[in-house]
Design a protein around this ligand. Structure first.
Ligand code: ZN
Length: 114
């Protein structure tokens, strides 16, 4: 069960990313246990072959102060895939340009490691 405060924190971060990257429709947000995520991973953009988009968010990172930057990072992947297709390099020039142009804090959100 997610507390109202964490829910507000998550939806505020998602709303900001939606607006900054014009991600309409916004991908489904899926809360994942830490065991489903890489060590230290806050969020992950997922694009299925069907075209379905999801942003996985680690339950253990819901109160992480970097959640908003992580959401921008993942949102920039989805925006880059929408514009350039799924074959581009994960942290290549297309992604970097989009991230730097729209992230609230590019220096944090647009690092290629999370
Ligand atoms: Zn990335």
């Amino acid at each position: 069960m997610m507390s109202a405060l964490l829910y507000l924190y998550l939806t505020t971060a998602a709303q900001g990313t939606l607006e900054r990257f014009d991600l309409r429709p916004f991908p489904a947000i899926v809360l994942r246990d830490a065991s489903n995520m890489k060590r230290g991973e806050i969020a992950r953009a997922v694009l299925f072959e069907s075209g379905r988009e999801e942003i996985w968010v680690s339950r253990s990172a819901l109160d992480n102060p970097s959640l908003s930057d992580a959401m921008d990072h993942e949102g920039s992947h989805l925006r880059a895939w929408r514009e350039h297709g799924p074959g581009i390099d994960e942290h290549g020039p297309e992604w970097r340009r989009i991230c730097r142009a729209s992230a609230a804090n590019p220096a944090k959100a647009c690092r290629s490691i999370w």
